[in-house]
Write a protein that binds this ligand. Structure first.
Ligand code: ATP
Ligand code: MG
Length: 357
């Protein structure tokens, strides 16, 4: 299949083009530590959900080396991708942006040539983050890779409210915990990169914390011994950090209770107040939509997982309904809109045909 940009079918005037640059709260990084928890699936569907609410959304595949977000939009070999931007072939992110079947939703693919770039040079990464912040959109949803590579930690730290996607498996919780812990250390190290005494304390604590309880508040106490101001700043920085937990592939109520325990653990040991954004049930319809290379919200908007994702967008992310199409908790109505969008002049199928020409 050629990878031309897909055709746009919704020609209604864009009532949402109010702001020019993505607002600070509009950058939503999606990470999780463990592989396969559903980060890309949720990125794609949250993006569709926000677009259906009337926001201008850009999805960015920040999973450098394992990019696959484009597959949700039936792009097998995208004509343009982030790699052209990172290698300076393209001077702006806009030049590598692709359209999707929804006029409000654009896509920046990762490009599989990026294998081996799990840690971008500092200046390249800074440039990428600056350009992401400069995108003309209401929301930029950033799909990140598994693990704790510096790229992933830094892109996640573009927002204090990034999403951590975890499944009920103990392994996923361990990896999600490890991911947040790495975000904390990375944040502190970057904040004090010019303060050697403080940096040494942080590194020493990180190296030896495994032998003790490793509570971050003990680190703050230790920092206070060398630099009271730095300790106060570190505590304040961590108070701002409010990642949001999304529990994916949920099968029963008990698993939701485990999520509550996880949030308390993170607070207790890492001094990070996690917010609970919501859950998505394990649902075969997600797998089927994935096989059809379509986002579930458009493929089967009435399915249990689609209802959960709608609820996540409306309630968990606290996104206002800009077009005032429906009330704040009425995610069933969102399914109606998604259905209407899918039906409208055969939107999605036409878009796929367009992409094949
Ligand atoms: N709620 C769900 N119910 C059933 N299957 C799901 C659900 N969420 C995700 N999946 C399936 O889990 C698999 C992994 O999903 P996905 O690729 O989104 O994970 P990921 O976290 O992005 O993985 P990676 O770390 O490799 O990038 C896919 O086959 C997807 O269809
Ligand atoms: Mg992924």
């Amino acid at each position: 299949m050629s990878a031309q940009p897909v055709m746009e079918h919704n020609t209604a005037p864009d009532r949402t083009a109010l702001d020019s640059k993505v607002p600070e709260k509009g950058v939503i990084p999606v990470a999780g530590g463990k592989g396969g928890t559903g980060k890309s699936t949720l990125t794609a569907n949250i993006g569709v959900g926000l677009a259906l609410l009337g926001y201008r959304v850009i999805l960015v595949d920040g999973d450098l080396g394992g990019a696959d977000l484009h597959l949700f939009f039936d792009q097998v070999a995208p004509s343009r991708s982030l790699s052209s931007f990172l290698t300076r072939e393209a001077s702006s992110l806009k030049d590598v942006m692709l359209s999707t079947s929804h006029q409000n939703l654009k896509l920046i693919c990762g490009g599989n040539e990026l294998i081996g770039t799990a840690n971008l040079p500092f200046l390249v990464k800074e440039k990428l983050m600056r350009h992401v912040r400069g995108l003309e959109a209401d929301f930029v949803v950033l799909d990140l890779g598994a693990g704790t590579a510096f790229n992933t930690l830094d892109l996640f730290s573009m927002s204090n409210h990034g999403l951590v996607v975890c499944t009920p498996q103990p392994h996923a919780r361990v990896d999600a915990y490890g991911f947040i812990k790495n975000v904390v250390y990375r944040k502190l190290r970057r904040a004090f990169s010019r303060n050697k005494a403080v940096l040494d304390r942080i590194d020493h604590f990180a190296r030896t914390s495994g032998r003790r309880s490793g509570r971050i508040r003990e680190l703050i106490d230790e920092l206070a011994a060398v630099d009271v101001g730095a300790a106060e700043q570190a505590a304040a920085d961590l108070r701002c950090l409010r990642p949001r937990l999304v529990l994916n592939q949920v099968r029963n109520r008990r698993q939701l209770e485990d999520a509550g325990r996880f949030i308390r653990l993170v607070e207790e040991y890492l001094s990070v107040s996690m917010e609970y954004a919501g859950y998505v049930r394990a649902d075969i319809n997600i797998v089927q939509a994935c096989e059809r290379r379509r986002p579930l919200l458009l493929d089967n908007p009435g399915s249990p997982a689609a209802q959960d994702i709608s609820s996540l967008v409306l309630n968990g992310l606290g996104v206002a309904d800009r077009l005032q199409r429906f009330g704040p908790v009425n995610d069933g109505k969102m399914a109606d809109i998604a259905r209407a969008h899918t039906r409208a002049s055969g939107t999605y199928e036409c878009a796929r045909e367009g992409a094949r020409k």
